[in-house]
Design a protein around this ligand. Structure first.
Ligand SMILES: Nc1ncnc2c1ncn2[C@@H]1O[C@H](COP(=O)(O)OP(=O)(O)OP(=O)(O)O)[C@@H](O)[C@H]1O
Ligand SMILES: [Mg+2]
Length: 350
């Protein structure tokens, strides 16, 4: 009875705790904010100076005793205490005053597929310690598929690829469950790294992570573009030590990204090869669905369609699919409880 009352009043929250960005959905209100998953910490005192967008601005620009930490690596918690603080900040920000006055929220957190029990427990504990009344976990590809409104409950194959910052997750979903899934540690962050390495090797130019990401978003592609794109790349010449600006083209950047892009496409191909034939025929009809920020790399959908010969499309608003899906589960917890990750420490919905 008390639980029912709690559930009625509590502002339940779904969180996509991403390697690059976190998004927060409140039951009945929708997505209320998204922030980079970055925390600035004063190493001398251990004090947290900023979280989210404010902390991201500090990346690469901090004095030596201040570090901007990304507490998640490849989608899993690498710094438990900082993650917990970040979650607490998100929960408080999501609930305003009610955090103190109302019942504590139930929280659903998206986790990569194929993580270990220890990693799942870390996400669960972080949510509980940050103030959740109950915590539930959902695998990100499942959440993305629900967010994309794919018919996951039907007896038919749905193929989803979520390319985030830290991981690319590929899953085949049918009858409300994951049939096969794989998580690959090659995604947006790796592409940034590729651009950094390429500039050093090809142009002897040292560039930062932010510059690499800007270039990738501005002119990056997986397949030749119809119109040529160029952009100045600013960095430090490794030989002279002086600042330098060079002009790079979409072709240069495509070359830098080629190896990692190939690895992503190969992983998709392998998963198609492993898909049971019955489900494959559905997938050939329904196509391959791309989610996550990495799906926005120009013409990646074209490359996958060409290589795998299955129509591939980017879902609407690919970066928020996971949190929207987790939010839909929150809105229909009784009905969709079965899609949550079952582990011994999960609690039944109330
Ligand atoms: N237009 C774009 N073109 C290419 N990459 C992009 C574009 N926009 C965003 N990205 C990349 O998408 C990644 C972030 O995607 P997303 O927010 O889905 O990741 P995440 O959920 O935080 O990470 P993960 O799911 O791996 O934990 C970043 O690497 C970013 O550079
Ligand atoms: Mg993600």
């Amino acid at each position: 009875m008390l639980n029912k009352l709690f559930s009625y009043f509590s502002e339940d929250i779904a969180i996509d705790l991403g390697t690059a960005n976190s998004r927060v959905y409140v039951r009945g209100r929708g997505i209320i904010f998204q922030e980079p998953s970055v925390v600035a910490v004063n190493q001398k005192t251990g004090q947290i100076l900023a979280i989210g967008a404010d902390a991201k601005k500090m990346v690469g620009r901090t004095p030596t005793h201040v570090t901007a930490i990304r507490p998640l690596i490849n989608g899993v918690i690498s710094d438990f205490e900082v993650t917990e603080q970040m979650l607490r900040y998100f929960l408080e920000k999501a609930q305003k005053k009610k955090f103190i006055l109302g019942p504590r929220p139930r929280v659903i957190i998206g986790i990569p597929c194929g993580v270990t029990e220890v990693e799942k427990k870390a996400a669960y504990d972080a949510a509980k310690n940050a103030g959740a009344r109950q915590a539930f976990l959902i695998e990100e590809p499942m959440a993305a598929a629900i967010g994309a409104r794919l018919p996951i409950e039907e007896a038919g194959g749905n193929f989803i690829v979520d390319i985030g910052g830290g991981t690319t997750e590929i899953a085949v979903i049918s009858l409300g469950g994951t049939v096969i899934a794989k998580s690959l540690r090659i995604a947006g962050d790796k592409l940034n790294e590729d651009i950094i390495n390429h500039s050093q090797e090809e142009y002897k130019l040292l560039i930062g992570e932010r510059t690499a990401e800007e270039i990738k978003i501005a002119i990056g592609s997986a397949f030749p573009l119809k119109e040529k794109k160029e952009m100045p790349l600013r960095g430090r010449n490794l030989v002279t030590g002086l600042p330098e600006e060079i002009l790079v083209s979409d072709e240069d950047i495509r070359k830098a990204l080629e190896k990692s892009v190939r690895q992503i496409v190969s992983a998709v191909k392998l998963m198609i090869e492993e898909t049971p034939p019955e489900l494959l025929s559905d997938i050939m009809k329904r196509g391959i669905h791309l989610a996550g920020g990495g799906a926005l790399l120009r013409r990646l959908d074209t490359l996958i369609t060409k290589e795998i010969k299955i129509p591939t499309e980017i879902i609407d608003d690919p970066m928020t699919a996971v949190v929207r899906g987790a939010g839909l589960v929150l809105e229909n917890l009784d009905e969709l409880e079965k899609v949550l990750v079952g582990t011994e420490y999960l609690e039944p919905p109330q």
